[in-house]
Write a protein that binds this ligand. Structure first.
Ligand code: NDP
Ligand code: GDP
Length: 332
């Protein structure tokens, strides 16, 4: 039985990756940071029905000793570093924490592996935000980076350190440059989930409008369930590498709103309010990925369409609000 250690196991990708690896027969060790809310911290794993099958262990990405201890004790075959301060908007308010967790945290894990388990295969959760002010209309592994936020700068540092540890110490370390990926388990602060949660509340009469920022921003959105498979595939290759994972289609925030509202039988224009406070300090206007290398190397392709993704997210948020507010009269 192979063992995987996942940091960020309580997040969106941690939950889907755990589910996928358990299905492949892995022993899954999930690192969680100490929290006063430990009763709710496993909610995403519970949603997927796997909370009791993931072994949750204490650790923190900013505490090198805790990482060394975990790696030495469990001797994982594969380590997936998904933990991060992952929200771009917060990274301007907490740029130092973002640097410590999202940037240096990844190097802490690389060091822990170098010291305690250099044979383990390592996955770093890099981001399309590193392309920022885009230098090419479709971004691939060869496109120059231009980060536009403290989050993106921290991810870029972690990305190059992953490359550097591979080249300097021969670690099997890969970096997945993943474009935005969403699901019913997406954090509520990200725009797609904000929209589908807002649609559900408006549909159920719990709200009448939804404040949003820049509707013109364009993203290449995929489904998290598809994207975690790419993480695993990267670590199954004989040689480590860097791979863009994307759908190759870009759509605006406005288009996503229209899909989500229409799925609930509503008109987006009747309910959206523009809130200038929600505009970014510096914006990433458009992202569109070219995942040809991943397709050619290990046959990865996305399966979910944006229409299916929006529908699944709206339906899940309708269910959540009905459970919370006790009304089951209007099932999706
Ligand atoms: P989430 O925000 O849902 O999850 C982040 C995870 O990191 C949580 O489990 C959180 O724990 C954990 N974490 C934060 N700080 C620490 C710390 N100091 N020590 C240990 N754990 C910590 O992110 P996603 O699942 O959406 O994304 C996974 C990774 O992929 C992230 O690194 C993200 O930046 C990156 N990424 C995501 C993309 C996306 O579209 N989703 C696109 C490209 C990259 P807690 O629950 O305690 O807060
Ligand atoms: P990001 O690509 O990692 O920053 O993912 P987000 O989902 O947080 O944001 C995607 C885009 O949606 C950005 O260009 C935001 O400016 C835009 N956006 C517009 N309104 C909102 C909002 O209310 N919340 C968030 N999070 N983003 C918004």
């Amino acid at each position: 039985m192979r063992t995987a250690l996942i940091t960020g196991v309580t997040g969106q990708d941690g939950a889907y990756l755990s589910h996928f690896l358990l299905g492949k027969g892995y022993r899954v060790i999930g690192m969680v940071r100490r929290s006063a809310s430990s009763d709710v911290i496993g909610e995403r794993l519970r949603w997927l029905g796997i909370l009791d099958r993931v072994e949750l262990v204490d650790g923190n990405l900013t505490d090198l000793a805790s990482l060394i201890r975990l790696v030495a004790e469990y001797q994982p075959d594969e380590v997936y570093n998904l933990a991060a301060q992952s929200f771009v908007a917060t990274s301007w308010q907490q740029s130092l924490v973002t640097g410590q967790v999202t940037g240096i945290g990844a190097v802490n894990m690389l060091e822990a592996l170098r010291i305690a388990n250099p044979k383990a295969r390592f996955y770093q959760a890099s981001s399309s935000e590193m392309f920022g002010k885009i230098q090419e209309p479709r971004q691939s592994e060869r496109t120059p980076f231009y980060p536009r936020s403290p989050y993106a700068a921290a991810k870029l540092y972690a990305h190059w350190m992953t490359v550097n540890y591979r080249e300097s110490f021969g670690l099997h370390a890969s970096s997945g440059i993943l474009f935005n990926h969403e699901s019913p388990l997406r954090g509520i602060e990200f725009v797609t989930r904000r929209i589908t949660d807002g649609v559900a509340r408006i549909k159920l009469g719990l709200a009448d409008h939804l404040p949003l920022g820049n509707l013109a921003a364009m993203r290449d959105w995929g489904h998290a369930r598809d994207y975690v498979q790419a993480m695993w595939l990267m670590l199954q290759q004989e040689s480590p590498g860097d791979y863009v994972i994307a759908t190759g289609r870009t759509r605006s925030v406005r288009e996503f709103c229209e899909l989500a509202f229409a799925h609930a039988g509503l008109r987006a224009d009747d309910h959206i309010r523009i809130d200038p406070a929600r505009f970014r300090t510096a914006e990433v206007d458009v992202l569109c990925g070219n995942a040809a290398k991943a397709e050619q190397t290990f046959g990865w392709r996305p399966t979910a369409t944006l229409e299916e993704l929006a529908a699944e997210m709206v339906d899940a948020d309708l269910v959540r609000h009905r459970v919370k507010h006790g009304s089951w009269s209007d099932r999706p």
